[in-house]
Ligand binder design. Structure first.
Ligand code: 5RP
Length: 220
């Protein structure tokens, strides 16, 4: 089974968590794109409104005829569906490969249930083989990079990329993240950091993995 088939399988399984009349938070990425398309195909009349984590997902949702609202207008979400770059078995995640980590983290925080969908290659023992994205205010990029180096990481500027919030991304390589909760706290405290793509204080509640043997579901 190809990675895309596995992603689609996970996206299909996530539909079962979407209740009619839902206000649904929608993440970003190729797995979520499958989810949006399936949602439109199978449940379009059941969704009251959506809150989107990126301009790319907003465009896709609108193309399918879904309403997209600002989080401030909605306040609270029952469910958020998003992908991940890595997950450990405690459902701590690395996210932000697509650069949408800040809005993703905000929507995850505002949601009762965070359903993470991915192909089975995303489940790892220790987070960090995938470079950890950190969104920074542009003028603080070098200052934050130096602090990340002192913590043991190797940050690289994602050149020619500006986030939907007008900021820069540092991708931190060569980090074996043994304590995701503590590292998230440390990076959050750096002046100039907008968001770190570690989702450990607010992990996923359910991880749905597509694989050759079918769906595997892990709950926190
Ligand atoms: C975007 C993300 C995505 O969820 C993550 O990059 C996974 O993407 P994909 O579903 O394409 O593998 O965090 O900022």
């Amino acid at each position: 089974m190809s990675p895309d088939e596995k992603k689609k399988q996970a996206a299909q399984a996530a539909l079962e968590y979407v209740l009619p009349g839902s206000i649904i938070g929608v993440g970003t990425g190729s797995t979520v794109n499958f989810f949006i398309d399936l949602l439109a195909e199978k449940m379009s009349g059941d969704i009251e409104t959506t809150v989107s984590s990126s301009e790319a997902s907003t465009q896709r949702l609108k193309k399918h005829g879904f309403r997209v609202e600002d989080l401030n207008a909605v306040g609270h979400l029952s469910i958020y569906v998003d992908g991940a770059d890595e997950s450990n078995s405690r459902l701590h995640l690395i996210k932000g490969g697509g650069g949408a980590l800040t809005r993703e983290k905000i929507i995850a925080e505002a949601s009762d249930q965070f359903i993470c969908i991915a192909d089975d290659s995303k489940l790892v023992g220790t987070l960090g083989a995938f470079p950890l994205p950190v969104e920074v205010i542009p003028m603080a990029r070098i200052m934050v990079a130096e602090k990340l180096e002192k913590l043991g990481g190797s940050p690289r500027w994602r050149e020619n990329f500006i986030t939907d919030n007008g900021n820069h991304i540092l991708d931190v390589h060569e980090w074996s993240i043994d304590n995701p909760v503590e590292l998230e706290t440390q990076i959050n405290q750096m002046v100039g950091v907008v968001t770190v793509g570690l989702f450990a204080h607010r992990p996923a509640d359910v991880l749905i993995l597509g694989g050759d043997q079918g769906i595997r579901t892990i709950t926190a």
